[in-house]
Design a binder for this molecule. Structure first.
Ligand SMILES: Cc1cc2nc3c(=O)[nH]c(=O)nc-3n(C[C@H](O)[C@H](O)[C@H](O)COP(=O)(O)O)c2cc1C
Length: 191
């Protein structure tokens, strides 16, 4: 089979598409210089994390506790409050392999009880972030960042914490649950 040489139009089209392909293909499987580490219970922060991951061709790492939080929202709120007040740092399900390879760490989480979730303190305590640039991205239900940035500074004192953090108000699980509960009261049990 003979290969036809590309026309000028095809060459032009290919060069226009190249930047897009290059950034898509740049997504590494674990050796990139930029890491996006995030914790997310209901998915709001995950959307941000995936966008940063795609835009920067960065490695994506989901921070998870070894023992998952309860499915029930109120139980989770109560547990998170106890863990915050006692300074408890839950064991992580996994640590980042080869953290030394990363120069930049985007760190994403929701605000829990006016601060960073306990598992974020665990993450910071169990990885050496000295000399790395730490860039927070945070979602909250409307009450702001609380003490979360101070917690990051205290738990990663040798990281270069960028002041250009992203902070976004996002849906609250409590409101979503109330809305569904109220709606279900209007939906008949049987047809
Ligand atoms: C246990 C718990 C505690 C929360 N505490 C706060 C809070 O103190 N202030 C606030 O604005 N939002 C609070 N929220 C709402 C979340 O920060 C917000 O919905 C966030 O976008 C959830 O992100 P996620 O979907 O990535 O888990 C809390 C949510 C949970 C589950």
């Amino acid at each position: 089979m003979t290969m036809k040489s590309p026309s000028r139009r095809e060459v032009l089209l290919a060069s226009l598409l190249l930047p897009l392909n290059a950034s898509t293909l740049a997504t590494p499987s674990g050796t990139g210089k930029t890491l996006v580490a995030y914790f997310s219970r209901t998915g709001n922060t995950r959307v941000l994390a995936c966008q940063i991951h795609r835009a920067r061709g960065a490695t994506l790492f989901e921070i998870q506790p070894a023992v998952p939080y309860p499915e029930d929202y109120e139980e989770t709120v109560a547990q998170a409050r106890r863990e915050r007040d006692s300074g408890y740092e839950p064991t992580l399900q996994a640590r980042v392999v080869g953290m030394a390879d990363y120069a930049t760490v985007f760190l994403g989480f929701p605000i829990w009880g006016q601060t960073a979730p306990p598992v974020i303190r665990s993450f910071l305590s169990s990885h050496d972030l000295a000399g790395k640039t730490l860039i927070p991205f945070i979602t909250h239900g409307g009450y702001g960042l609380g003490s979360s940035l101070a917690v990051l500074a205290a738990h990663a004192p040798q990281a270069r914490l960028l002041a250009t953090e992203l902070s976004m108000e996002a849906d609250q699980e409590r409101q979503t649950l109330n809305r569904v509960t109220e709606w279900l009261q209007r939906v008949p049990l049987t047809q």
